[in-house]
Ligand binder design. Structure first.
Ligand code: GDG
Length: 734
């Protein structure tokens, strides 16, 4: 069998296809990601899936694919579809929005369809090469839908997703058209990685507020799947960068630059010409600095490399114009016959020149308005070897969260940036300690370490899944014969057999549920548990030979039996202790409400702001638990509700009773959909029967052994089991 491989999926392959007369050749242009994955790719079997960077006419596809064979799996994109997917939806909507620049949003429905279509094309390319046991690692916002598409194909491969750009605050995120689809797409991954805790926190907030999904610190539970979150800041390869800087070619260029700027201090900016990078702000700060510090006017030079980017897009053309004008103005105002304050390079420079510039610069000036990480900041530190340098860094970069020792600035505060520049220029000879601090991060969190940590985390979370609950396949997993003693089925109703509906009065069972209960009752003892009162349950199920449990455990009636008299229970604790606390929570939690049931009090928070609700529910739970300690009452955290009821009248105590009254049964099946049902599973699991099936509906994070994704899936499993048993009864001898 082939060795399991790592499949890396990114918009671009690490090479570019170039038309060469009638043939195609491949231009190796490894970007940051290829460099980061170099070490991993040397250690394990590796496949790259991506776009080869060029529009290829259909008649040339076979030749182009052949040329790319050794580099990866190409995804060829139609030019027009690419425009919508990449230029429009990815770069004119997600890119500005995720960088908090919402004035520039452009939404076009066709572009969204093209975004979906291209994501599907990538998913299809992955499906064609993925084998069970391979690891799939999808990169960045352009492919945010791919993880979910792959999950739905049930490939039996761990799926990782890494977001290279920031994740915005919920307030910004929720303005995104297709906001639900993008979140759900990312949540298809087993592990979603971010550069910083802040982005991870923003993502969790959006899942809660946009999708109503509550999260634990490191996980978000979805129907049938648990998505893990991880903070894994990317790094660079300092050893390779250091060695490269020592090449003769680079040293020559360095000497040339040092000579040229012999009498001056050098400040360096290296950015793609992108509006997120804060280039105008940087130039304005430099201008103000020169204006306020005449002694520096001929003693300092700002070298600004601005490599062209997205040049077809109007915003980028406007930015270029703005930057050109600013550079012209500042050089006009402060330039002299033999001094130009800003050396402006508006093209992609060779790596050797960039490396020499990093070495010659006394200060790196990195001022994005927002940036996922910013590799330039890390490269500057790595390239200097043992020559300390000062990094003036925008606090709105991911790097700011990692590089202790950098001098943080708010790029919107031009005057403050000018002050910081002045201080930094004074300190250029005495910054060794802060430089050392930055080196510590850059040398310990290398790109190789980043990739290894992410992949290890992914492997670990996938293992956890595999050792946890399995998907229920009742007909395959269990006995083909009806157990000798009638089996016991304890089935929750709302959210388990029948989907939840907003209006409880419309929660009536549909015909399919009714029928499966009827058939099941012909071979098993069946009990249905619901929060609804006895009369409602009678109207729904009164004709069926099933047992009923009303109000989540308040009373039980056996199949065909009468409801028992409700025992006299002292509920004064509810009024004296629980009511005042819950009323207080209602007062301070807008949108929440209190419900008085026959034997319980419930605080509902379905209509409350989800973030506030999640916090308040935890507080209330803790407060009630403390108050009721030692009393015969139980606090239950249910679906968007906290309930207090007598300990004897809970679902768990009913399950206990049923297990006792069916002590000769060897086969017990219990299904539910929330945390209260999970407590019932624990009771059932302790009961030591030959066959126990506890099945959670709508999530695989369960103490039970099995899960299904939906009530419909549970019903179909039950149908399968019943028909199997019936067939085996029909063919049984005698
Ligand atoms: C995304 C996120 C995150 C730039 N000009 C030249 C040149 N460069 C190289 C730099 C650096 C890279 O391009 C730029 O990297 P950044 O990190 O600054 O930004 P993005 O390309 O926007 O990358 C970013 C990154 O993903 C990784 O997760 O840090 O936040 O936006 O390597 O050196 N290289 C050469 N000539 C140039 O003129 N040779």
């Amino acid at each position: 069998m082939a060795e399991p491989k790592l499949i890396v999926v990114s918009v671009r392959l690490p090479v570019r296809l170039v038309e060469d007369g009638t043939d195609w050749r491949v231009d190796a242009s490894p970007g940051g990601l290829a460099t980061a994955l170099r070490a991993v790719s040397q250690r394990r079997s590796f496949t790259w899936v991506g776009w080869p960077g060029t529009d290829v006419p259909s008649q040339h596809l076979p030749a182009a694919a052949a040329a790319l064979e050794e580099y990866g799996v190409p995804v060829f994109l139609d030019y027009e579809v690419f425009q919508g997917f990449y230029e429009q939806f990815s770069n004119q909507l997600i890119w500005p929005l995720f960088h908090n620049i919402s004035g520039r949003l452009k939404f076009d429905r066709t572009a969204w369809y093209q975004f979906e279509a291209v994501n599907e094309q990538f998913a299809t390319a992955v499906r064609a090469v993925a084998r069970p046991g391979d690891t799939i690692w999808v990169h960045d916002y352009q492919l945010a839908l791919v993880p979910r598409m792959l999950r739905e194909s049930k490939l039996e491969c761990p799926i990782g997703f890494f977001l290279h750009i920031p994740f915005p605050s919920h307030e910004t995120y929720r303005t995104l058209p297709a906001r639900e689809e993008i979140l759900r797409g990312m949540l298809g991954a087993d592990l979603i990685g971010f550069h910083t805790y802040e982005y991870c926190q923003h993502f969790r907030d959006s899942c809660l507020r946009v999708l109503g999904l509550e999260s634990e610190r490191e996980t978000i539970a979805l129907p049938g799947h648990l998505a893990h979150l991880g903070v894994h800041p990317i790094g660079v390869d300092p050893q390779e960068i250091g060695e490269y800087a020592q090449l003769p070619e680079v040293r020559d260029q360095f000497e040339g630059l040092r000579n040229r700027f012999r009498t001056k201090k050098v400040i360096l900016g290296v950015d793609r010409l992108d509006y997120t990078k804060g280039i105008p702000e940087k130039l304005l700060a430099f201008e103000e600095f020169l204006g306020r510090n005449p002694q520096w006017q001929t003693g300092v030079v700002l070298v600004q490399v601005a490599s062209p980017s997205r040049t077809e897009v109007r915003e980028y053309q406007e930015l270029k114009r703005e930057v050109d004008e600013l550079v012209g103005r500042i050089n006009g105002r402060y330039g002299t016959f033999n001094h130009t304050p800003i050396v402006y390079i508006n093209r992609m420079i060779p790596r050797s020149q960039l490396s020499a510039l990093y070495r010659v610069a006394d200060i790196a000036f990195v001022t994005p308005l927002r940036d996922g990480m910013n590799l330039v900041a890390l490269e500057y530190v790595a390239a200097r070897g043992d020559q300390p340098g000062i990094l003036v860094l925008s606090e709105f970069t991911g790097a700011a969260a990692c590089l202790a020792g950098s001098r943080l600035v708010n790029p919107h505060n031009i005057s403050l940036m000018a002050d910081v520049l002045a201080e930094a220029l004074q300190d250029t000879g005495s910054a060794a300690a802060e430089f050392q601090q930055m080196c510590e991060f850059v040398h310990s969190n290398t790109s190789g370490v980043w990739a290894d940590r992410f992949l290890e985390h992914l492997a670990n979370v996938h293992e956890v899944h595999r050792s946890g609950a399995c998907r229920l396949k009742a007909t395959a997993d269990f006995t083909r014969h009806v157990p000798e003693v009638r089996p016991l089925f304890i089935l929750d109703y709302g959210g388990t057999l029948q989907p939840h509906v907003p209006e409880v009065s419309e929660a009536e069972p549909d015909l399919r549920v009714y029928k499966v209960l009827q058939e099941l009752a012909s071979v098993a003892s069946v009990y249905v548990i619901s929060g609804r009162p006895a009369d409602v349950l009678e109207s729904w199920f009164g004709d069926l030979p099933v047992g009923l449990i009303c109000e989540d455990g308040a009373a039980v009636r056996g199949p065909g039996a009468e409801w028992p008299e409700v025992p006299e229970i002292d509920l004064t604790v509810l009024d004296t202790l629980v009511l005042p606390i819950m009323e207080d929570f209602v007062r301070h939690t807008p949108g929440s409400k209190l419900e008085r049931r026959r034997v319980s009090l419930v605080w509902h928070y379905r209509a409350t702001d989800p973030k506030l609700a999640a916090l308040r529910a935890k507080e209330l739970y803790a407060q009630l638990e403390g108050t009721l300690r030692g009393l015969p009452f139980t606090v239950l955290a249910g679906a968007r509700a906290v309930e207090v009821r007598p300990t004897d009248l809970t679902k768990s105590s009913v399950a206990e009773q049923l297990l006792q009254s069916h002590s000769d049964t060897h086969f017990v099946f219990c299904a539910g959909n929330d945390r209260v049902d999970e407590a019932m599973f624990e009771v059932v699991l302790r009961s030591q029967r030959d066959t126990i099936i506890t099945c959670l509906v709508g999530g695989e994070d369960t103490v039970g052994q099995y899960f299904v994704e939906s009530p419909a899936e549970l019903v179909s499993q039950l149908e399968g089991l019943v028909s199997l048993w019936r067939r085996s009864m029909a063919t049984a001898p005698g």
